[in-house]
Design a protein around this ligand. Sequence first.
Ligand code: ACO
Length: 311
Amino acid sequence: MGAGVLGVGKFSPEKVLTNFDLEKMVDTSDEWIRTRTGIEERRIADDDTDTSDMAYYASVNAMKDAGVQAEDLDLILVATVTPDYPFPSVACLIQEKLGAWNAAAMDLSAACAGCMYGMITAKQFIESDTYKNILVVGVEKLSKITNWEDRNTAVLFGDGAGAVVMGPVTDGRGVLSFELGSDGSGAKELFQDEPGIYMNGREVFKFAVRQMGESAVNVVEKAGLTKGDIDHLIPHQANIRIMEASRQRLELPEDRMVKTVQKYGNTSSSTIPIALAEAYEDGRINDDDIVVLVGFGGGLTWGAVTLKWGQ
Ligand code: ACO
């Protein structure tokens, strides 16, 4: 028995903040943002919508898609760096909202690679036959930790949530291979402190290009596949130039990479599940397709997963 994705869901707040809006807030331009990052607009949650609300909405959509009821959930894992409170966890807050009373619940912190860490943690519990239905959520309200006066970072981030329900699938489908990694010596390249997010953009860029490419190649090899077998590459949506570098490293045509960065910006741990849900809802992902997910983030952390789609 393998561990795979039973359902996917996403949530994006309604409010759109365009590059032109940002031109009025900091010394920047639509042209600079688009050419350097690929971002055109991002979504911003209102004051009444916190991280757990977005996580809840995405979870409801994923559970509906999976056909899984709240009482059937055994574990809830929420990857976030912007929880409602230091404690209790967002996972406990959504357990209550969902009424998932049979689930254990916890958050995990691996920044933008968080959802990869969550999915691989879920896989271990499923394959060891410990738990059956596991909800994994990537969710961020980055707008609440963004320094809106710092043009270096304010233009990059957005809010949103993506969720997957994972569970047992037919042998040969589901997670075929994975890689997780961390390098704490790079902690100060990307971190949060008052008054916002600090980022050494150039160093993070170099690390991301190198690591995303390497991890993606590694998981494809570990799965016993070749680059040509990849149907969909879903990289962390931080910057189109970093994403393009991974695509080129895998020698994939443009239409094999899922791209949402232009619409949502970098929503950290939620970019990968949002892009996955969007590609699936668009009918682009079919049974037995090979999907490669790859992310990197603050920590520094990284993670990649090869999935064979379907149950
Ligand atoms: N508008 C206009 N100019 C800007 C802006 C802006 N919004 N932001 C920075 N600049 C200026 C800087 O002040 C600097 O000016 P200077 O040269 O006079 O000092 C210049 O632009 C910087 O230019 P570059 O270094 O050439 O910019 P670069 O092409 O590296 O792009 C960027 C910067 C987009 C931040 C890039 O380095 C990058 O994407 N890095 C990775 C970021 C990333 O992926 N972060 C992931 C975060 S994941 C997580 O865990 C939250």
